[in-house]
Design a protein. Structure first.
Length: 265
């Protein structure tokens, strides 16, 4: 088995998820097929040509916890290719498969149908998110951001769970102003493209004013009604630390929005 293949822990988990088991078996076949290898090498990704598709997953950070920039850069290039290439989309999916399985394990107790149903929802959402992910604006912490967006797509945007939303305590005027309040109330639900573009512009403005990637990630979680317990694993910190960081991020965002309002005629 090539280095970086699914670990025994992952295999044990997929044993209870029929779709995941099938996807792992499919990937093991795909990864060594010559026509797929030729096609992958034609994508123009950095590095020497590969002889097995698993090498591309390793180059994009699979099984590595250092979060080194070169892993992010490679995965970002792969996500860019995935917008128009099915094989690249499949490689991105496989790259984040361990995170998808962990998400399903965590969501299973809250999902009708349990573990298999949770993974089915996640897998369906993953294809949508991977193909539409705005990598030009979100080129850092790519794997974590993909997982967060997939969880939102599967369990929030298409509400399948009854969630406790009291943690965020939105004020009458909106936690960060009218922009976030409009998004939270779903006023753009009939125009997902406009909704995404609107938030992209808003977060681009936050970034221009010095908010960090961690700030932006936490603010996106607020927009998507993902609470501190759910986002903590993606940031590799404890929920209490998420809540502290969230307060700081909210204050920074408020300052940006207040400054912008003051400058408008």
């Amino acid at each position: 088995m090539p280095s970086g293949a699914m670990t025994p822990t992952h295999i044990t988990r997929t044993g209870r998820i029929s779709l995941a088991t099938n996807l792992v078996a499919e990937w093991q076949r795909m990864a060594r097929q010559p026509h797929n290898i030729r096609r992958a090498n034609s994508l123009g990704l950095p590095g020497e040509p590969v002889t097995h598709l698993q090498e591309m997953l390793l180059r994009s950070g699979l099984d590595d916890t250092t979060n080194a920039n070169h892993f992010d850069e490679y995965l970002a290039r792969l996500v860019e290719c995935a917008k128009a290439d099915d094989l690249a989309s499949r490689m991105v999916f496989q790259r984040i498969m361990p995170g998808l399985i962990s998400m399903a394990m965590r969501r299973a107790p809250l999902t009708v149908g349990g573990l298999s149903s949770a993974f089915d929802l996640i897998a369906s959402a993953a294809w949508i998110v991977i193909r539409r992910f705005p990598i030009d604006r979100r080129s850092r912490r790519v794997a974590a951001n993909l997982l967060m967006d997939i969880e939102y797509q599967a369990f929030v945007r298409e509400p399948r769970l009854k969630r406790n939303r009291t943690e965020f305590n939105f004020a009458p005027g909106g936690l960060l102003g009218i922009e976030f309040e409009r998004f939270r109330r779903g006023q753009f639900d009939d125009d997902p493209v406009g909704n995404g573009a609107y938030l992209d512009l808003l977060f681009y403005e936050f970034e221009k004013h010095g908010l960090t990637e961690n700030d932006l990630q936490i603010l996106r979680a607020i927009c998507h009604d993902i609470n501190s317990v759910e986002i903590a694993p993606h940031l590799n910190i404890k929920p209490r630390s998420v809540r502290n960081r969230r307060e700081r991020a909210i204050n920074k965002a408020r300052e940006v929005l207040t400054e912008r309002d003051d400058l408008q005629p």
